[in-house]
Design a protein around this ligand. Sequence first.
Ligand code: FE
Ligand code: FE
Length: 201
Amino acid sequence: MATTNRVQSRKTSKSNGSGSSVIGEVKRFLHLGEEGKVTTLQGLFIEQLKDLYSAETQLIDALPKMAEAAHAPELKRGFKTHLAETKEHAKRLERILKGLGEKATGKTCKAMQGLVKEGNETISENASEAVKDAGLIAAAQRVEHYEIAGYGCVRTYATLLKRTADAKLLQTTLNEEAATDKKLTAASKKLNIKATLPAKK
Ligand code: FE
Ligand code: FE
């Protein structure tokens, strides 16, 4: 890290011509460093908002499949309710990014790709109804915890960047993710016990 900084500052001091300062301005505008890396908190904020947007859109595709695979009516309902909330989460991110002069697209959340893949494995498992429900809860809680971590970070960045309205919107989403996680824990209390019982024929 220190070496990179030193190399960068040497590069900067060597090239102080007017041409390079224009490039520097453009890079600063795009929040890019010497190697095309994000260098400002605002740049990181935008990158993480786009990552969350990718995560939410992947979930919009995955939640109907989870609702379909769930057996317990309360779990099915829970997934459907969260699908409606998730669509709203994606819209909020679009709004925030638009306010920053950015498009929501351009990033793929690889972590969510992995979580969805694991959820699909649970869906195709040859398990009893109750065991499958318990597995779906486990998959969904992994997703919620990932989102809670992500929204906690961007909410804090928004506050630090004095983007109060954005921070408020992100906090609303964060609260909904946390409430979903709590509902899943509540559902698991009954459904995990069901999974300990011998499967119905
Ligand atoms: Fe969400
Ligand atoms: Fe969620």
